[in-house]
Design a protein. Structure first.
Length: 105
């Protein structure tokens, strides 16, 4: 049965996910979301990073992505193995630490 307010439900889900994301990023940034390695603070550029790598394996093991992953983080009292990085710093970290699943030349 199709939802009568499909657009309203989708909008609410996006807003709720953004609220959870902001809450998680703020926690790992001591109040104001920013990259832990550079001054980047634009929300669209910020990501969660597993400090010691293994993020893909972890999220697969707990079977969480997006909104449900943010909820998992909050319910599990903000695990200490996560940090906030901008996409540039995260990609640099992956390359420097050889954290890619596939090996590129």
């Amino acid at each position: 049965m199709p939802y009568k307010n499909k657009e309203a439900n989708a909008r609410y889900a996006r807003e709720y996910t953004q609220k959870l994301r902001l809450q998680v990023l703020s926690h790992y940034s001591n109040g104001k979301p920013h990259c832990n390695h550079c001054p980047e603070a634009r929300l669209g550029c910020l990501t969660l990073d597993h400090i010691n790598g293994g993020g893909r394996a972890h999220t697969s093991a707990i079977n969480r992505r997006g909104q449900s992953y943010y909820g998992w983080i909050i319910r599990n009292d903000y695990p200490s193995f996560l940090q906030v990085l901008c996409m540039n710093c995260q990609l640099i970290k992956r390359r420097e630490n050889n954290e890619y699943k596939r090996k590129y030349i």
